[in-house]
Design a protein around this ligand. Structure first.
Ligand code: AMP
Length: 398
């Protein structure tokens, strides 16, 4: 299957309707490996016998018994080590390449609930990732088909930000946090330069490896946008806690600024170790934001009154801005200043990724950024899934 040829997704001329529907579903992929450009094909056509799939999917399979000789099929090439995530379209596994011994992440694309063939979100993610190559964006090595299941094969990352911030063994210094923040912004600057809005920036979609490298992942909601002409998109994107005010006010015309609000939330979370705006629904989400940064006034966001849901969601009472007094115990003045520029109500005034990278927090203020390479000494791997499991275990004990 040549996904790049699909009429379905990622096209810069998409309109709002094509966001939610796949107009011409294609049949399930043929059993040929799809390789992103530049990735050499190392084996012949795929076999997809039942035993291949079983060996691939059996998490209890003894890794050590995997044949060191050349595997017969692509599926046999990987031995599952453990499950590390539960994504939008299926489970994510850590697996070992039995030839190179390198680890990869296998993301299984759930096909069962799809009436119309290949899932549209997966199609979009593949097409987008195919066009991206940056050290702060997750690398898709290849696609693999086994027994009717399609897998995306990614470079493996030891942790995600939600997981790594919840552990207490390794203490991040201010220089480490600066590096993580910088790497996130560098990834976003690249995406926005390539005309891609991520639309789901949050802790579990930001991956970190033991070398202290950070990479943006999960492009299931991402899309290309028109740089010169603003189009209409859905506003039901971005996980609630990281969703910017303009989307909560019903905006359907928006750009990469939506990612920058989420980046501001992540920056605060790096310091406080917890998501800062935890609402239960759209209205309470806005209330939580109001209580921290105050209510939007005409001076702060002149266009607010023109937003589609303004009358429904506008603040009832005036609340002053408490941002600096709430966060100054965690953050330096330059860090506070940058976070505040990312969390600007007015999307047209919100710092872009490039502007954020030029902030005095990075350019002038000490300490300079330092990649957290010491993570290699950390015991275990920290993904959101493990963090959730640990929490559930603790709750049971109590
Ligand atoms: P996703 O469907 O991309 O949101 O992935 C769900 C979860 O799986 C993420 O929150 C990560 O914890 C984990 N995960 C995704 N991709 C990778 C990867 N390349 N390496 C390691 N873990 C990953």
């Amino acid at each position: 299957m040549d996904i790049a040829d699909s009429p379905a997704h990622g096209d810069v001329t998409e309109d709002v309707n094509s966001e939610n529907s796949l107009p011409h579903p294609r049949p399930a992929p043929a059993e040929q490996p799809y390789l992103p450009e530049g990735v050499p094909s190392t084996s012949g056509p795929l076999e997809s016998s039942r035993s291949d799939a079983e060996s691939l999917l059996d998490p209890t399979a003894n890794e050590a018994t995997a044949s060191p000789s050349r595997p017969r099929s692509r599926a046999e090439l990987y031995a599952i080590v453990s499950q590390v995530g539960e994504g939008t379209f299926g489970k994510v596994y850590k697996a070992r390449n039995t030839v190179t011994n390198m680890h990869v992440a296998l993301k299984r694309i759930r096909m069962e609930s799809e009436k119309d063939g290949f899932p549209v979100t997966a199609m979009r993610e593949i097409k987008l990732l195919q066009s991206l190559r940056h050290k702060n964006v997750i690398r898709l090595f290849e696609m693999m088909v086994s027994s009717g299941s399609v897998y995306m094969v990614f470079e493996y990352m030891d942790h995600d930000l939600t997981g790594i911030l919840s552990q207490t063994q390794f203490n991040f210094t201010d220089a480490h946090l600066k590096s993580l923040c910088w790497q996130m912004l560098a990834g976003l600057a690249y995406l926005h330069h390539k005309g891609v809005i991520h639309r789901d920036i949050k802790g579990s979609n930001i991956l970190v490896n033991n070398r202290g490298e950070l990479k943006l992942a999960d492009f299931g909601l991402a899309r290309f946008y028109q740089k010169r002409r603003r189009s209409d998109y859905t506003n039901r994107v971005i996980t609630l806690w990281y969703r910017p005010p303009e989307l909560l006010f019903g905006a359907t015309v928006y750009g990469p600024e939506v990612d920058m609000w989420s980046a501001g939330c992540i920056m605060l979370e790096l310091f406080t170790k917890k998501p800062v705006f935890q609402g239960n629904d759209e209205i309470s989400q806005l209330d939580v934001i109001y209580r921290v940064i105050g209510t939007p006034t005409h001076e702060r966001w002149a266009d607010a009154a023109n937003m589609p849901w303004y009358e429904l969601v506008k603040p009832k009472d005036h609340v002053p801005n408490h941002f600096k007094e709430l966060f100054k115990k965690w953050m330096s003045p330059a860090a506070l200043d940058l976070a505040e520029r990312l969390l600007d109500y007015d999307p047209s005034r919100r710092a872009t990724a490039v502007q954020a990278m030029e902030a005095s927090y990075f350019i002038q203020e000490q300490p300079t950024a330092e990649q957290p390479i010491g993570l290699a000494t950390l015991e275990g791997e920290w993904h959101e899934l493990e963090t959730k499991r640990e929490r559930a275990k603790k709750r049971k004990k109590e």
